[in-house]
Design a protein around this ligand. Structure first.
Ligand SMILES: Cc1cc2nc3c(=O)[nH]c(=O)nc-3n(C[C@H](O)[C@H](O)[C@H](O)COP(=O)(O)O)c2cc1C
Length: 176
């Protein structure tokens, strides 16, 4: 099985989670991790499974306006925030609009703040909806990984991500 993990990330947390999910998948599949602006048709051509994740902005997937706000926040003196290498450019929303076909099997994740989903929202809901609209079948429920108010990933979330990666691969194999 070949899997591709596609992430969008402004401050690097979703990127770290994407790498850890791939670590969980890797013992059982050929897996690559790609920033969303590098995930072209060729990268997905022979993949069986796509795992897509991004940060939650204003209750859902990012928009150009929220990405601009995130970049401005990082530039504030003393923000302690660093932009991820591939943070500039389009987000998952635009990528889905521009992408014609996706692998048959899929999973969705996001990063978001602590709290009930009714208060925080979660990008993975919109990601899952778009994966289904592209004809992909979700092999597990969408999952969230939590960051602090200061935008630091919780200590146990990388282990959570590795475990989730292993679980979703098992589910994909059972579905395949
Ligand atoms: C403009 C903006 C809006 C945000 N809105 C939400 C929100 O509605 N709910 C939430 O849980 N987190 C929100 N956050 C926090 C992000 O989810 C958090 O920055 C992100 O998960 C970090 O991932 P990244 O490091 O990959 O960018 C927001 C952050 C920014 C910059």
């Amino acid at each position: 099985m070949r899997a591709v993990v596609i992430y969008e990330s402004m401050y690097g947390n979703t990127h770290l989670v994407a790498d850890a999910i791939a670590d969980g998948i890797r013992p059982g599949a050929d897996v690559s991790v790609l920033a969303v602006d590098r995930a072209d048709a060729a990268a997905l051509a022979d993949a069986d499974l796509v795992v897509v994740g991004g940060p939650t902005h204003v209750h859902g997937m990012t928009r150009a306006s929220t990405r601009k706000a995130a970049a401005e926040a990082a530039r504030e003196p003393g923000s302690g925030l660093e932009m991820d290498a591939d943070a500039e450019g389009e987000g998952l929303r635009e990528w889905f609009d521009a992408t014609a076909s996706l692998p048959r099997l899929a999973a969705a994740f996001d990063t978001r703040m602590h709290g009930p989903v009714t208060f925080t929202g979660r990008a993975s809901k919109g990601i899952a909806k778009r994966l289904r609209a592209h004809g992909s079948r979700l092999v597990v429920e969408p999952e969230s990984f939590l960051v602090s108010k200061e935008n630091h990933l919780d200590d146990d979330e990388l282990e959570h991500a590795r475990t989730w990666g292993t679980t979703l691969l098992q589910s994909a194999r059972a579905t395949n």
